[in-house]
Write a new protein. Structure first.
Ligand code: XMP
Length: 319
């Protein structure tokens, strides 16, 4: 019978068989897929697994700490955390074209990962969280930014350069199966049922040139939005929700003072396949609350707007 626990047992046996006593490397992003691979491989081969978690300075609030606490502290997985914020932000300086930003982030990720990998002795395998839809998409060589990046990260690139063979335990599974396995393996449900987060992270949610203080502002606004969605039991009713930083300034008023500051856009969508989406019709009172909290608690923001664009014509991300 094809139950999560059977899939786990089968996958563990297969991976043990495949890698034997070799060491395995995994790029851990904190997303569902790589997290489930980490948990699976840890069960299968324990200390033969080393994960590299790259903090690119474009993660959500507390994300790096959460990944470290879940995997390193609670599960005892070997995780190397690389603080690469300066490297990423340095490369992104002066760059405002969205595709250019994506390329830089993808390439820098590979460089950082490569650097860390070369410090480890005796790694023979690279584990990846490729799932069945990724396999199909890459085979079709379709375009579209998500796929380009995904194929860049997941298929090709790294292995040839590094001479590592691939371990891809999720290759035959769909997302919902991966999630069930994650829960069965004891991953926190908050991690397993998290909305998708793009590889380039906040880099595509800060329009134009990425700056460190913009990222800090966006992180706080996004955190408030997500926290309130969870509190109102709306988080699981939308497919994806996030804040976007708009580097334009508008005039506002705080007390007796005029404020000339940046804008936050809130985006929430409902979708089955992420190819088309409708904007989530969140309650007005809820939006009101989120707007007030952001205006009061996040410095440098004078205005909050709600994105009512479907896909099409908009994409889900703003860049
Ligand atoms: P768009 O913005 O194209 O997004 O409507 C569709 C879904 O894909 C995610 N997305 C990405 N995921 N790398 C990723 O791994 C990317 O470069 C990327 N761009 C968009 C987006 O968050 C949404 O879930």
């Amino acid at each position: 019978l094809w139950t999560p626990s059977n899939i786990i047992a089968d996958s563990i046996a297969r991976m043990r068989d495949q890698v034997g006593s070799d060491n395995v490397l995994l790029g851990l992003s904190g997303g569902v897929d790589s997290s489930v691979v980490a948990a699976l491989l840890h069960r299968a081969i324990g200390d033969q697994l080393t994960c590299v978690f790259v903090d690119n300075g474009l993660l959500r609030l507390g994300e790096g700490d959460q990944v470290m606490s879940t995997f390193a502290r609670h599960m005892g997985v070997n995780v190397i955390r690389v603080d690469a914020e300066d490297r990423f932000l340095g490369r992104l300086k002066g760059v405002s074209d969205p595709e250019q930003k994506r390329k830089i982030i993808g390439n820098t990720f590979i460089e950082v990962f490569d650097d860390e990998a070369s410090k480890l002795d005796d790694v023979k395998w690279l584990a990846q969280g490729t799932i069945y839809p990724d396999v199909i998409e890459s085979a079709g060589a379709k375009t579209g930014k998500a796929k380009v990046i995904k194929s860049h990260h997941n298929v090709g690139g790294l292995p040839e350069e590094m001479n590592l063979a691939l371990v891809e335990p999720l290759r035959e599974l769909f997302k919902d199966e991966v999630r069930k396995i994650g829960i069965e393996l004891g991953l926190p449900s908050e991690m397993v049922y998290r909305h998708p987060f793009p590889g380039p992270g906040l880099g595509v949610r800060i329009l134009g040139e990425v700056q460190k203080d913009y990222a800090a502002t966006l992180r706080l606004a996004d955190h408030i939005f997500i926290e309130e969605l969870r509190r109102a039991n709306l988080y699981d009713q939308v497919s994806q929700a996030f804040a976007v930083f708009l580097p334009v300034r508008s005039v506002g008023v705080v007390g007796d003072n005029r404020l000339y500051a940046h804008v936050i856009a809130l985006r929430a969508v409902e979708t089955i396949d992420f190819m088309t989406a409708r904007w989530a019709h969140l309650p007005y009172d809820f939006l009101d609350l989120v707007c007030r909290r952001i205006a009061n608690e996040v410095e440098g923001i004078s205005r909050v707007v709600y994105d009512i664009t479907g896909k099409p014509p908009g994409t889900i991300e703003w860049e």
